[in-house]
Design a protein. Structure first.
Length: 318
């Protein structure tokens, strides 16, 4: 099977340097060809960082014996179009690919794991996506499980599956009644909101369309029960993520995980994921009652502050 690694970068050289270093450590045995897609700068403020990143990747390419191709976009096309067009390009030359963005670190076992999964499930009509990242650590469930939850912080798929990507917003919205509850993990987290934000041009992202394509095809994702990838982009430097640390992950595998799993959604994993997502939902999308409580609290804090100021002003007058 012909497999390639695709890395997508923009302006964050420290992140990309760490990403490429982790790939190099993991790729000693697999020796997959590496294709680096670099977006053009959006504004003059980004130009120096974009230029520095490109210079580094050219030097990196010269000093490595493996096949490394660098694709430099002449203008800014955004992450969504960079990924979609880049993977469409690779789909014409490879059977499958492993996808990373510049702010992803991988375990030394991730590439071998992805290769085994891509090979083992190459003829499956149900497995569409290989997760490298998971929020959970569920040792008791074995090495891997099947889940509806697509994770894009280090992943892999087949060209035959990727070329079925559906970005027809009108068609997807017409399927809302059968899709929304399912992709929201039975109503525990509002992933559908990403599609709505794309609809009203508040976001311009690709992952929600891939997630929905998998769901519309009755597909599943194979996921490790502990993470093989870590996301380092929640430090305020990214364009589509907020400043946060809840996504940090420890790459705790001391061996390559087995990739065999029943092609059915794992119920125990689903239950654990629902509990986790409900907690995250409370953090990111609090209920109206919680919002009202905090607004009321802020009001009384401000009222107390102005009361103190009024008291001091009266004291000075007297």
């Amino acid at each position: 099977m012909r497999i390639a690694i695709a890395v997508f970068g923009y302006r964050r050289l420290p992140h990309l340097r760490r990403c490429l270093s982790s790939i190099e450590d993991a790729n000693r045995d697999t020796k997959f060809p590496l294709h680096i897609f670099l977006d053009g700068y959006q504004g003059t403020d980004d130009a120096p960082n974009v230029s520095a990143l490109r210079q580094y990747t050219r030097l990196y390419q010269q000093n490595r014996p493996l096949l490394i191709e660098i694709i430099e976009r002449p203008r800014n096309i955004g992450l969504k179009h960079n990924i979609i067009s880049g993977l469409n390009q690779l789909a014409t030359a490879y059977d499958a690919f492993i996808v990373l963005e510049e702010d992803i670190l991988i375990s030394r076992y991730f590439l071998e794991y992805a290769k085994d999964c891509l090979t083992f499930y190459s003829g499956s009509s149900r497995i569409w996506h290989i997760n490298g990242y998971t929020e959970l650590s569920l040792y008791a469930l074995g090495d891997t499980v099947c889940t509806r939850a697509m994770r894009c912080w280090g992943w892999a798929t087949w060209s035959s599956k990727w070329t079925q990507l559906n970005t027809d917003l009108g068609y997807i919205l017409s399927q809302k009644s059968r899709l929304m509850y399912y992709v929201n993990i039975d109503g525990t987290y509002d992933y559908w909101r990403q599609l709505t934000l794309n609809q009203y041009q508040k976001l311009n992202t690709w992952a929600i369309f891939w997630y929905l394509t998998i769901a519309m095809s009755n597909g599943l994702c194979l996921s490790p029960t502990r993470s093989l990838c870590a996301h380092t982009g929640n430090d305020g430097t990214g364009t589509n993520v907020a400043l946060s640390d809840y996504s940090s992950s420890h790459l705790s595998w001391d061996r390559k995980p087995s990739c065999t799993s029943q092609e059915l959604e794992d119920i125990d994993y689903l239950k654990a994921l629902k509990i986790y997502l409900r907690q995250q939902n409370k953090l990111h999308y609090p209920s109206p009652f919680v919002k009202f409580y905090y607004r009321l609290k802020r009001f009384f804090l401000r009222l107390r502050f102005f009361s103190v100021l009024l008291f001091l002003a009266l004291f000075m007058i007297i």
